[in-house]
Design a binder for this molecule. Sequence first.
Ligand SMILES: Nc1ncnc2c1ncn2[C@@H]1O[C@H](COP(=O)(O)OP(=O)(O)OP(=O)(O)O)[C@@H](O)[C@H]1O
Ligand SMILES: [Mg+2]
Length: 290
Amino acid sequence: METIVEQLDLPSPELAAAWNAIKIPGTVRERLLAQSVLAFQLRQKFSFEVIPVHGLILLSGRPGTGKTTLARGLASKVSSALKGQKTKFAQIDPHSLTNSSLGRSQKEVTKLFQQVIPEYADGNPCIVLLDEVETLAPDRQRMSLEANPVDAHRATDAALAGLDLLTRKHRNVLLVATTNFPKAVDRALMSRADWIENIGEPGPEARTEIINEVLEQLATVWPHVVDLKRHVSSFTAASEGLDGRRLRKAIATAAGISVETASDLNKLKKEHVLATLKTFLQTQVTEEAA
Ligand SMILES: Nc1ncnc2c1ncn2[C@@H]1O[C@H](COP(=O)(O)OP(=O)(O)OP(=O)(O)O)[C@@H](O)[C@H]1O
Ligand SMILES: [Mg+2]
């Protein structure tokens, strides 16, 4: 299995679109970008001993809150801010390092930080997405020695050591990590993050934007759907607590309430959308209780 699942030259239109797809408060957006640009600046001008910045930004939050999408968008934004420098992007799948026998994963993890990333960056500014980082550096304190052989500990040790070495030697690499399970991430990795952003469920403004966006998209094919925009405030009120992924899905699949509406989305009514949102919220609550 390939460790790098995607590689791109930046800025990329696809990644720039990802940045806009996620509706979050402007303050959060600005802070993420500022922290990332700052990490590049400081690391290119000072040694780690003087300014101990690792070049690691962590996005934490519940499933479906847009972390992966946002991290990809951030990469493109950072590259635009670094004006004129050729910048690269790589997305790492940490699962590819642990599928092999545990003994090998330690070796693979070391290789990722000491060889795969530096070779790919090749001296250029490079933004590396470590998606679902709890797989790469699981919390050693949660591992029981019986259930998890010593090798699993060693793989986390290797991730931390590899990160430290990369940090010192390759000042042009910025790591953006995501997790929907921060308790499962090793604390020593969390401690190395220069900035941790907790991404929450979308607030009312964000929900309104998401709902309008999905309705407008549907209306490009079924023009009457646009009439539903009159009820967006009801939809916003009825969707409190849904994550961005569930909300997009709820609006998009509301027509699944009957074969008639599914066949012609022009027949989609306010009540259908409200009923679907209610069902989505109920199933979400049930999942949480489970
Ligand atoms: N705040 C938001 N605004 C708009 N869309 C959102 C938002 N949050 C999530 N989405 C949508 O939900 C989908 C899932 O997003 P993404 O995969 O980035 O979430 P994630 O936080 O990485 O989830 P997971 O923890 O399950 O990996 C995307 O289509 C994204 O556009
Ligand atoms: Mg994700």
